[in-house]
Design a protein around this ligand. Structure first.
Ligand code: MG
Ligand code: ZN
Length: 217
């Protein structure tokens, strides 16, 4: 019975996700769903990425958070449209939540919509919000065992940003092992080793995102 309920919920979510995806496509908007643990550096990565790309493409952000608007305030300071979704306890975004805020954007003027999901390595990946691709952010200080312990998010993601690589001398994470494990889970995954603090690796990441945004689809 419980499995049936879950299947129905996901079924409705998939219908709504398709509606969201169609709206993005109608307006030529590329949408990414950024997922990762609390503290992985999702918002900081967005801030750096926005600064690098906002003169080249038109970007907007949907921020998912359980209670606060702290991340949306940080994004707003970079001068791009942002809408906060407070999930009031829910540990992930779903397609109906995203649908409710899409009218608050001028989609016809956008090239890239970035959805920052609720900080959580587990269930956001199970809820399609209508995005074109998923991107995982994993900081090396979370531990090099995380890819194998939480494989689904990495299997479903087109890219993983391995953040905080500047901290490698201060933690025991084996970055090469992390990359090897990520590729064993998803041989096609694009891996970007970055430090949002020093800027290392951000050029390669932002160039890749720019080329994905500009791909005809
Ligand atoms: Mg955040
Ligand atoms: Zn959840």
């Amino acid at each position: 019975m419980e499995i049936q309920i879950k299947a129905d919920l996901l079924g409705n979510n998939e219908d709504q996700a398709l509606i969201n995806r169609t709206r993005y496509n109608q307006h030529g908007v590329f949408c990414i769903n950024v997922m990762g643990s609390p503290g992985a550096g999702k918002t900081t990565l967005l801030e750096r990425t926005i600064d690098m790309l906002k003169d080249k493409i038109s970007i907007a952000v949907i921020e998912g958070d359980i209670y606060t608007a702290k991340d949306a305030e940080r994004i707003e300071a970079h001068g791009i449209p942002v809408v906060q979704i407070n999930t009031e306890g829910a540990c992930h975004l779903d397609a109906p939540m995203v649908n409710k805020v899409l009218d608050r954007f001028e989609l016809e003027k956008l090239d890239l919509m970035i959805v920052e999901n609720v900080g959580n390595l587990v269930c956001p990946v199970e809820f399609n919000t209508g995005e074109h691709i998923k991107v995982a952010v994993l900081s090396i200080i979370e531990g090099d065992d995380k890819p194998l312990k939480y494989p689904l998010i990495f299997r479903e993601s087109e890219a993983v940003v391995l953040n905080k690589v500047d901290l490698a001398p201060f933690c025991d994470a084996d970055i090469e092992q992390m990359k090897q494990d990520l590729r064993s889970i998803n041989p096609n995954i694009n891996i970007f080793s970055v430090s949002c603090r020093t800027g290392e690796g951000l050029e390669a990441w932002s160039q890749w995102l720019l080329s994905e945004t500009n791909k005809p689809r």
